[in-house]
Design a protein around this ligand. Structure first.
Ligand SMILES: [Zn+2]
Length: 312
């Protein structure tokens, strides 16, 4: 009887919402709270807290049984140079963190998000007037995108479906120093770039504004996107933008003729400020954005490898 009750609740929710939730809001919140906590000191490139963030992501990839596809296990080490502040240690060690979900398919979908941020305000690009010594938590930028990356990885690793595409999950390092990690990856790919179906980047998905909607860039980078976007809808609204370039980690992929998508909830007063804090993140909307992301991936998996189009 009790079972029948819960079963009917279950079916009622399926009827009401169209499906059971595919992304767990509590897990999304947990990742953001951890990565953007004060003890992570803003995850500045070369800091021990940045290395700790990489370790956290590796731990999650391991739990999901993803195959390491860096050059040193899950890590792909490189160096990044501070651009504006010239100090003797302006060359910093950095890492991309790369996990592969092998479905034995010929082509692969790349999902990316950068995990570094501005540290304690000494590496440049803070909007604070006196940034030095202030922790730039980077909850929206980009703990939110990393949380999305980890939970999409969980969804595809644990849904007990063998998709017709493989997935490569990349947490990029040193984005804030000029897309250094994503540029390094496309110039030193650990999987041939011509085997990529498309690349989808999440950078700042935590500050949904209902008037604006979430922006999805890259719409002009393949003639197939209109077909993929057909009938996609959910609890958040979105708009598309044709551009494949710009200041985020999908741009180096687009420059190598890979079709891209880019999820972004837009700028705000806390952008690149010490006040980009976890309590300001709109978790339910981030989950809604991830659901839209899944719908797009599902639709794109019904099509053969997407062709690249140059955006006019
Ligand atoms: Zn940023």
């Amino acid at each position: 009887m009790k079972h029948a009750f819960f079963l009917s609740l279950f079916f009622a929710s399926v009827l009401l919402f169209g499906q059971t939730p595919r992304i767990d809001a509590n897990r999304v919140a947990k990742h953001i709270n951890y990565l953007a906590s004060d003890k992570m000191k803003g995850r500045g490139t070369g800091s021990k807290e940045n290395a700790k963030a990489a370790k956290y992501i590796i731990k999650q990839f391991k739990k999901l049984d993803l195959t390491p596809l860096g050059t040193d296990g899950y890590r792909q080490p490189f160096t990044a140079k501070l651009r504006r502040i010239v100090v003797p240690d302006s060359i910093r060690p950095a890492n991309n963190v790369i996990g592969f979900l092998d479905n034995g398919a010929p082509y692969t979908i790349v999902i990316g998000a950068h995990y570094d941020h501005l540290g304690t305000g000494t590496q440049g690009s803070s909007r604070d007037k006196a940034p030095q010594g202030k922790i730039h938590n980077g909850a929206d930028d980009n703990a939110s995108g990393v949380a999305g990356l980890l939970e999409l990885a969980r969804y595809y690793a644990q849904n007990e479906v063998k998709e017709p595409y493989n997935f490569l999950f990349i947490a990029f390092g040193a984005e804030e120093l000029g897309l250094v990690g994503s540029r390094y990856f496309v110039n030193n790919p650990t999987l041939p770039l011509d085997k990529i179906h498309f690349m989808s980047n999440m950078d700042m998905i935590g500050r949904y504004n209902a008037d604006r909607g979430v922006g999805i860039g890259g719409y002009g980078t393949s003639d197939a996107w209109p077909e993929v976007f057909k009938e996609v809808k959910g609890s958040v609204k979105f708009f598309t933008d044709r551009s494949g370039s710009g200041g985020a980690d999908h741009a180096p992929f687009y420059a190598k003729k890979v079709p891209v998508l880019f999820f972004h909830t837009g700028g705000h007063d806390d952008y690149h400020m010490p006040t980009d804090d976890p309590e300001k993140i709109d978790i339910p909307s981030a989950v809604g954005i991830l659901d839209i992301h899944i719908q797009l991936i599902e639709n794109a998996m019904k099509l053969p490898k997407l062709g690249y189009t140059e955006v006019k």
